[in-house]
Design a protein around this ligand. Structure first.
Ligand code: ADP
Length: 543
């Protein structure tokens, strides 16, 4: 027997329709590429998204189209998110930090017919345009005053002019909720970037589940600052979850330096901020240097790479709770968040801190398992570690237009490429990427754990652990370290710092101090480049 309830498809346009009706005057504040702070409310965004949907339709964008964006977090990018997906086309967010050739590959692979971009990316696109044959229209996300008088871009259109020519009579179509809504590519440390094609259903479910109190805890009472870019896994879904809840949205534009972020946090009374650890390290340093408080901040969502303990402590002194998030492009991205349970209410500080240092437990809609090299399932006892696999309504079923990626097990689990433990309460701890784990004498050593310990040393700014070939043990851990400006520390002192913190055989065999570590476009350590650089490294006598 079927239930007898109304059929309401889960559509992205419904998020904005709800915010317009019930949170019409709640603000969206953006720092623009042109300079000034722009303010308006959900009501205005909804109206302009309808105008934009009409304008795009006039550019022949329909349910078979893809529209690409190269843009920072700002109100126009927000409007594009809703207009493109809302009319039934695919919103393809392109990461401008990738190499030009990767951008060329990604835009061509997505087959966008329209490309909308912020002024910052004009020179890049002037260079790339001849190599993007499918793009019929380039749209500058600005007004006429900022349109460059002489550009080699063919028939450059102006966003504000396109909107001004339209009324807002547009009615969002009632799409099948399985319709593709947006497209995002993984940064691809090896090989060509891979696309993940999200649907309306997956996006709305992800927005619902990720805004639960144990996840992002987003509400109409929050002011949210997603520092994570809208070209990086849809800014972890905040443009959707903030809208779903009618939260105030604060968008930082191109200025992601600590002083600019601080100005927004303090000025806009931000309560929830989200981004990768490097952003917060800089902000905390800025606050310490200038004696600045973070009075309004209640929660900092940190993900993308492991959160150092010192960061949790420093934010706690500001009265803000750090919540760790684990996820990936293939998972929309949220899989786990590190929130405590009722039974931890009376736990001591150390226990609660330990929970915060895990990557967290699955939010509703996500299931995790661990398997060994042979694909056999491992116990979730907090000790056994193996390959982490996931199932979820917002995990990909396959990569976009790629048949050559073996990413799923025979029984339908996606292999994340992470190595982890999961304890009996579901708290998952990443010990490594499959390819970064250090294999010593047949056992695995977690590079991430070695890095986190050394980052706790007062002289250390950044640390990377890599496995280097060893005649007896197969591989041994080598630490490559950047010191803080003006700080000094000897190799012996840094190695001694591990005493009592890890098993003796986990202690690295050597530390090398360098000026800089290589990073990917998304700010992650580039371990492969480091391993290459140290491929001729020789262990000191006796190591
Ligand atoms: P994103 O950087 O947006 O999370 P990517 O798809 O670029 O997504 O990278 C996903 C990978 O980042 C994960 O598989 C994992 O290795 C790493 N990662 C994400 N969050 C964390 C975290 N909290 N701690 C450790 N590693 C993380």
């Amino acid at each position: 027997m079927l239930g007898q309830m109304m059929d309401a498809p889960l559509l992205i346009s419904e998020l904005l329709r709800h915010a317009e009706r019930y949170h019409g005057d709640t603000e969206i504040v953006s720092r623009t590429v042109e300079g000034p702070i722009h303010r308006y409310a959900y009501r205005d965004a909804a109206r302009r998204a309808r105008q934009l949907a009409q304008a795009l339709t006039r550019l022949d964008v329909d349910r078979n189209s893809t529209v690409a964006t190269l843009a920072w977090n700002g109100h126009r990018h927000y409007e594009l998110y809703y207009a493109i997906s809302g009319l039934g086309a695919v919103c393809h967010t392109v990461n401008p930090r990738l190499f030009a050739d990767q951008i060329r590959y990604i835009v061509n692979h997505g087959e966008a017919s329209v490309l909308c971009f912020d002024l910052s990316f004009l020179p890049l696109l002037e260079q790339l345009a001849p190599l993007l044959p499918a793009v019929r229209h380039f749209v500058l996300l600005s007004d006429r005053a900022h349109l460059p008088p002489d550009t080699s871009l063919p028939e450059l259109l102006c966003y504000e002019e396109l909107l001004a020519a339209e009324d807002d009579d547009y009615v969002w179509p009632r799409l099948d909720e399985q319709t593709a809504s947006s497209l995002c590519y993984t940064s691809g440390t090896t090989g060509a970037p891979k696309g993940v094609l999200y649907s309306h259903r997956s996006t709305v479910l992800h927005a619902l589940s990720s805004s639960l109190p144990d996840a992002f805890g987003v509400s109409a009472d929050s002011a949210i600052l997603p520092v994570v870019p809208m070209f990086h896994v849809n800014a972890w879904g905040f443009p959707y979850s903030a809208t779903l809840n009618g939260a105030k949205l604060v968008l930082p534009g191109p200025k992601l330096d600590a002083a600019s972020l601080y100005e927004l946090i303090a000025g806009e009374e931000v309560t929830v901020a989200a981004g990768v650890p490097t952003v917060w390290l800089a902000l905390l340093q800025h606050c310490a240097q200038h004696g600045l408080p973070l009075n309004t901040l209640e929660q900092v969502i940190v993900g993308g790479s492991a959160v150092p303990e010192a960061m949790i402590e420093q934010f706690a002194r500001h009265g803000a709770e750090v919540r760790q998030l684990w996820g990936m492009t293939e998972l929309s991205p949220v899989g786990t968040t590190s929130s405590p349970k009722f039974k931890h209410r009376h736990a001591d500080d150390a226990t609660r801190r330990r929970l915060q240092l895990t990557q967290g437990r699955p939010i509703f809609g996500v299931a995790l398992r661990l398997v060994d090299a042979a694909g056999q399932e491992l116990p979730q006892d907090g000790v056994a570690f193996g390959r982490l696999q996931v199932q979820s309504g917002w995990a990909l079923s396959r990569y976009f237009r790629r048949d050559d990626c073996a990413s799923h097990s025979d029984d339908g689990w996606f292999d994340t490429g992470d190595v982890a433990t999961i304890d009996a309460d579901g708290y998952m701890k990443i010990t490594d990427r499959t390819k970064d784990v250090i294999k010593s004498g047949g056992e695995w050593i977690s590079s991430i754990e070695l890095e986190n310990i050394l980052i706790g040393h007062p002289a250390v700014a950044e640390a990377a652990a890599i496995g280097v070939a060893h005649p007896k043990w197969d591989e041994r851990p080598l630490m490559v370290v950047v010191l803080k400006p003006g700080a000094s520390a000897s190799r012996e002192e840094l190695l001694a710092f591990y005493q009592g913190k890890v098993a003796k055989w986990w202690t690295p065999d050597d530390v090398v101090i360098v000026d800089e570590l290589p990073h990917t476009a998304t700010g992650k350590l580039q371990k492969m480049a480091l391993r290459e650089r140290f491929s001729t490294y020789r262990w000191p006598e006796g190591a």
